[in-house]
Design a protein around this ligand. Structure first.
Ligand SMILES: [Zn+2]
Length: 298
């Protein structure tokens, strides 16, 4: 049984006029809700203290109080904001933390049907990302004495710049990002390992590159994998610039998730980006992601 976290506020906490495919969460939940091997749970709201593990107090407090500057909000996007964006953000972060707890407790796979907000920095948000749930989860995991080394594997088409910046200098937290070189963010940060792909990279090139990268970083040597599984490398994606097929993306996910069964490593799945127009191709790919994970969790 695969634990997944979802709340209707993932969609409803964004204004209906937002230039962001907010319906993807609701559509995905509708497709997955009767899946026999999935247990979809409501997330709790993350606490201020949990968020502070990765973020500056002024930034966190201003956001929670609805007092971020217009410039800070512009850099994040997702406008126009409604007051519900605060609760939405806290629940998405809470869902990631609960998926982390489930994965560690069962030594299995668990996921959040949102999150992977990898563009958020220590003291500001960016690119649809407010709090960096990957960094919060990585720093939270290290509080457990049994967790010594964590791999943050970011396969979203955009570089995990915020995660790389927040976690830089932590020798026990290894950030690896495989992304499109010419895509946002245009000023890249330095992950522990960055792999920059050319525009229009196809399944074959992508998967052989992934295999070489996995051989190099040896995920089996870590105590936990935080997997940012964005589906925006899809050829159908409006923002991605790569050329993966649905099948290629599914094979990508299988290769990563296999480290759970083959090496007993707990894995947390963060949903990440997906911006196909219409959105159905992204929802298809997210559905594949979670049903593949469920099949491995039986
Ligand atoms: Zn992305």
């Amino acid at each position: 049984m695969l634990s997944l976290y979802y709340d209707p506020i993932y969609t409803e906490g964004l204004d209906p006029s937002v230039r962001f495919p907010r319906e993807r969460y609701r559509l995905l939940a509708e497709r997955l809700q009767h899946h026999p091997d999935l247990h979809i749970k409501r997330p709790r709201a993350a606490s201020r203290e949990e968020i502070l593990r990765a973020h500056q107090a002024d930034y966190v407090d201003n956001f929670l109080a609805g007092k971020l500057s217009a410039e800070s909000m512009r850099r994040i996007g997702l406008r126009p904001w409604t007051p519900a964006i605060v609760e939405r953000t806290r629940r998405i972060t809470g869902g990631s933390l609960q998926a982390l707890e489930d994965a560690l407790r069962t030594r299995g796979i668990a996921g959040n049907m949102a999150g992977g907000t990898h563009h958020a920095y220590y003291d500001c948000g960016s690119g649809y990302c407010i709090f960096n749930d990957l960094a919060i989860c990585a720093l939270t995991a290290l509080l457990q004495p049994t967790i010594r080394r964590v791999l943050i594997l970011d396969l979203d088409v955009h570089q995990g710049d915020g995660t790389a910046a927040i976690l830089a200098g932590h020798p026990d937290l290894f950030t690896c990002s495989i992304h499109c070189a010419s895509n946002f963010p245009f000023r890249k940060q330095q992950s522990d390992l960055d792999v920059h792909l050319a525009d229009d990279t196809d399944d074959r090139t992508y998967l052989s590159c992934l295999d070489r990268t996995l051989e190099k970083i040896r995920p089996q040597d870590f105590d936990l994998i935080l997997y940012q599984a964005g589906v925006d490398p899809l050829a159908d994606d409006a923002l991605g610039k790569l050329a993966l097929t649905r099948e290629g993306l599914n094979r990508r996910n299988q290769r990563v998730l296999a480290y759970n069964r083959q090496h007993d490593i707990p894995i947390v799945i963060f949903m990440g980006g997906g911006y196909a127009q219409p959105i159905e191709a992204s929802v298809d790919a997210f559905q594949d992601l979670f049903t593949t994970a469920a099949a491995l969790s039986i």
